[in-house]
Structures are given as C-alpha cells and as structure tokens.
Design a protein around this ligand. Structure first.
Ligand code: CA
Length: 359
C-alpha cells in the first residue's frame, strides 16, 4: 500500500514537474509574443507621423486635426512649439500668427514694423481669443492648399502643449492605443535672442507628463544642431532626439557640395541624436519620375545607427519625382528604406503600409 502510494506520489510529482515546464514554456511564449516581438516590430516597422495632425483634412495643429489623425491610426502626432508672451508653449508652426488666424482683424494695432504679428507679443489669454483658419498666404488671403478645409469656416483654436498632451493621454486611455508625440522646438536661437529659453520650458513639461527616456514614445525634433546638442548635454534630455535637415546643401540639379550629410558627419551626429528628419528631396532626388534617384542619405544614416523620418508627404502636392501617393510611398519605404514618414494624410500612409504588410 505504501509502495503504491509512493508510486502514485512519484507519478504525480513527475507530472507536476512536466506541467511546470509547460507553464514556464507558455509564460516565455506569452512574454515573447506580447513584449519582445512588439518591441522588435516597433523598431523595424515604419512609423506614421501625423504632420501637424491630419492637416490634409482640418486646419493644422488644431485639436480636431489631432483627434482625426489619432483615429486614422497615426503612430505619432506632431507638435510645433512656440512661446507666448507669458512663456507658455503653444502648438503652432510659425513664430507669427497671421497665416493661420484672424489676429489681423482682432488685434490690428499689434502688427510689428515688419508686418508680422508675433506669438511672443501675445499673452496666452489673448492667443486663446483667436480663431484658427486653414493656412493662407497673407498677401492674397487665399488658401495655400486650395483643396483643403475652407478658410474661415467652423471654429478652431490654438492649443497649448499641455492641453494637447492631456488630449493624447486621454485618447490613449479611452481608445486603448498608445500614440506617441513628436514635439518640435521652433527657432530656439531666435527665442533666446528674445531672452526666452523655449527648450528648457518645453522639456520640463514633457518630463512632467512622463516623457523622460528613449523608452517613451516621444521624439524631440529641431532644425538647430547646436540646440540639439545643448538639449542632450546641457539640459540633460535622455529621450529620443531628431535633427531636422533641409534639402539646401546641393544645387537644385543635384550638383554641388556633395551629400546632404556625409557618413562622417552622421557618425558625429549619432553621438547625441537618434535620428534625422530630412526633407524628402534629400532622400529622393529628381525633377520627374524618369530622372529620380534615391540618394545615399538613408544608407549612410543607418550605418551610423540613426533612424530616418523624412518630411512631408502631401497628396495634394506630390514630390515632382512621383506620379501618385502609392508611387511615392513605394519608393520611400521599399527602395529608400525610411523608418517613418511625416504625412499630411496619415490615413493614406497607414493604408499603404497595411496593404504592404508593414503594419
Ligand atoms: Ca514641424
């Protein structure tokens, strides 16, 4: 009887060990599927960055444009940031107000001698009185992009950075997705000439909202390389950094001063930045589909371990070298090998990536 019990115990014990191994294997599988693979996918799958929100459909940088981009499946929502007179970062593209708001009608006597209405001359409460419109050319009063949201229709406002971060946090909670942010420090050198340290103010807000390391879905971007260095070394930012690049380092025919960034310069940049945000023209060169050529910029950036997120794809202003959105996206994602794209039409970029197994 004792022997039988012992045999039964030994059997159960063996079985239990086997079950433990199974459980362990299952746990490891779950960890692999739920934690490791998504991280790998996140690194290797291109990201969709909603340029000023879904700005192809609603006035740029409005809350409405951000909500729409969120629902279109964008991975990151962009914020361009400038300061108000009372040092509040607001989400708008230019340091001037007249191209995207009714400031000239509402505050006609606040125009500077150069013809501009500077955000820095207005308090937040004044800026909150403005109505935002689709971007216009102030000389003609006409929309810059004729097919976009009608100028002067409906009611939109300029949000603060803080309001926008709260909006995205709220949507991430209620919609069950984690969408990242992509804040750009606008003209930090100019802000400092005016006695303002925009980077320091913006970074404090980002940190307060939990964006502190490279694990967080936040790319801080800037056109000014010295400021980017300062952000990393002097202001101690430990999150992701992108240097924005124009396409102005070559002549328009492709001749001239060599590559937009040399391999050596990119290696130097990689000491403090995590990626570059070049103009599309620095990634694909050409004036037509017939003469287009992928430059070596992405290859060189990848060799330096920098990601490449070019700007900006627009369905109503295609690059000269593409004859359709699909054509442009095929070239950028498949041939140039970019890691993400600033797009005014996030729905079309999400759709293309999904159709080609990249999401
Ligand atoms: Ca920007």
């Amino acid at each position: 009887m004792l022997g039988k019990d012992f045999q039964l115990f030994a059997f159960l014990s063996r079985r239990s060990q086997g079950e433990h191994r199974n459980v362990l294997r299952n746990v490891l599988t779950v960890i692999l599927l739920s934690v490791v693979l998504p991280l790998v996918a996140q690194i290797s799958k291109p990201v969709v960055i909603a340029h000023r929100g879904a700005s192809g459909y609603l006035p740029e940088h409005t809350v409405e444009a951000k909500v729409l981009a969120f629902e279109m499946g964008a991975d990151f929502l962009e914020q361009d940031l400038v300061l108000t007179k009372d040092d509040v970062p607001v989400v708008m593209h230019d340091i001037h107000l007249e191209t995207i708001s009714d400031v000239a009608q509402r505050f006609p006597d606040r125009k500077q001698s150069d013809g501009h209405y500077y955000a820095l001359d207005f308090t937040l409460s004044e800026i909150q009185q403005l109505r935002v419109n689709e971007r216009i050319n102030p000389a003609t009063g006409k929309a810059v992009y004729a097919k976009r949201f009608p100028v002067g229709r409906a009611s939109f406002q300029i949000p603060t950075l803080e309001e926008e971060l709260q909006l995205i946090e709220g949507l991430n909670k209620t919609r069950g997705r984690v969408v990242g942010i992509y804040p750009e420090i606008k003209q930090p050198g100019w802000h400092r000439q005016q006695g303002r340290d925009i980077s320091r103010i913006v970074l404090a807000i980002l940190r307060r909202h939990g964006y502190t390391t490279k694990q967080n879905l936040c790319w801080v971007q800037c056109f000014e390389v010295d400021e980017l260095k300062r952000i990393r070394f002097e202001l101690g930012w430990e999150g992701r950094l992108v240097l924005l690049l124009g396409s102005g380092r070559r002549n328009s025919d492709g001749s001239g001063a060599g590559p937009w960034f040399t391999a050596a310069e990119l290696a130097e940049l990689a000491k403090f930045a995590d990626g570059i945000g070049p103009a599309l023209g620095a990634v694909v060169f050409g004036t037509s589909k017939a003469d287009r050529k992928v430059t070596d910029l992405v290859k060189n950036a990848h060799a330096a371990k920098l990601v490449v997120h070019p700007y900006t794809l627009r369905s109503d202003e295609l690059p000269k070298w593409a004859d359709s959105m699909d054509d442009a996206q095929q070239l950028l994602f498949n041939e140039a090998g970019i890691d993400g794209l600033f797009t005014d039409v996030p729905d079309l970029t999400v759709r293309w990536l999904s159709a080609h197994g990249k999401r």
